[in-house]
Design a protein around this ligand. Structure first.
Ligand code: NDP
Ligand SMILES: O=C(O)C(=O)[C@@H](O)[C@H](O)C(=O)CO
Length: 279
């Protein structure tokens, strides 16, 4: 086992405190990166149909030699597969591509509210859970309204909502919604990707004080807020660094100063779930 702390989700399953993001890795670079991530200790792997790399993730898992039950494999249903039967077919396609007989956590990638079929897609995931093909049902990029609609329709609360979350977009409101509903927050682009705020004083000064890198400060901030970050790195050294965030602790005022970097226009791109359509 990797020794990473885990969170218990609302369905009784567990999720490692940090995961590994795989977008936009492809081909042999992806296999090598996922393999080295598993070797470094990652046990939560984040892929999606739309990343076009489920095959590579499956191959890395097989090459790793790590027992299957130690890994939490996440995939995501694309917008074009929200009709019930299409969702079932998409999950079966993901299982084939991954070479697995179960996906541990399956998310609806984006709600695509203009299409208006995310409730059908959610019903399909709930039914696939009953069949044992999906272990845990979750969503991604859902607002409070989307969450309440799927809960109301099925009586099943998503275990996870994976949302854009980094210091410039700390999602204070959605984290409170998740807390109230018993949903674990996962953070995508947890470092801030191409706009990582490594030079912002609250981050840079905390790094200096604790003798760590700015990236480690941001990931530690994520952990102390209870979020599960899924940082991507193609570099083994950074992969290890991004996991090595358990041996220091930020003070409350350091956490608050990083959260205060948030700004209304802090999203990385035009990814407002109410309007962004990703098929
Ligand atoms: N559900 C959704 O809609 C979305 C989900 N995601 C998921 O989230 C994952 C992570 O998000 P992503 O957008 O990649 O953003 P991240 O915040 O993880 O940033 C990744 C970038 O940061 C670099 N990096 C990684 N570690 C460090 C470090 N310690 N110091 C400096 N630079 C570093 C990487 O470069 P290098 O590889 O060269 O190290 C890469 O360029 C994705 O891979 C995907 O799995 C992402 C977007 C949307
Ligand atoms: O990486 C993901 O999961 C996405 O949803 C991306 O496609 C994201 O929307 C993006 O990078 C768009 O430029």
């Amino acid at each position: 086992m990797s020794g990473l702390p885990v969170h218990t989700l609302n369905d009784g399953t567990t999720l490692p405190a940090i995961g590994f993001g795989t977008y936009p890795l492809k081909g042999e670079e992806c296999v090598t990166a996922v393999q080295s991530a598993i070797e470094a200790g990652y046990r939560l792997i984040d892929t999606a149909v739309n990343y076009g790399n489920e095959g590579e993730v499956g191959e890395a898992i097989r090459r790793s030699g790590v027992p299957r039950e130690e890994l939490v494999v996440t995939s995501k249903l694309p917008g074009r597969a929200h009709a019930y039967d299409d969702a079932v077919a998409s999950v079966r396609g993901s299982l084939d591509a991954l070479g697995l007989d179960r996906i541990d956590l399956h998310l609806i990638h984006w709600p695509n509210p203009r299409v208006g079929r995310y409730v059908d897609a959610y019903r399909a995931l709930v039914d696939l859970r009953a069949e044992g093909l999906v272990r845990t049902v979750g969503v991604s990029n859902f607002t409070e309204e989307h969450l309440l609609r799927v809960i109301d329709a099925t009586g099943v609360t998503p275990a996870v909502n994976q949302v854009e979350l980094h210091p410039y977009f700390p999602q204070v409101g959605m984290r409170a919604v998740h807390e109230r509903l018993g949903i674990r927050t996962e953070s995508w682009s947890p470092l801030g990707k191409r706009q990582a705020p490594f030079d912002e004083p609250p981050v840079a000064e905390a790094a200096e004080r604790h003798g760590v890198t700015p990236g480690q400060v941001i990931l530690r901030w994520q952990l102390q807020l209870g979020n599960v970050p899924v940082p991507k790195s193609a570099t083994p050294e950074r992969q290890r660094q991004n996991l090595d965030v358990l041996d220091f602790e930020l003070a409350d005022d350091e956490v608050a100063a990083i959260t205060a970097l948030g700004r209304p226009d802090g999203r990385l791109f035009d990814g407002d779930p109410d309007t962004h359509e990703e098929m």
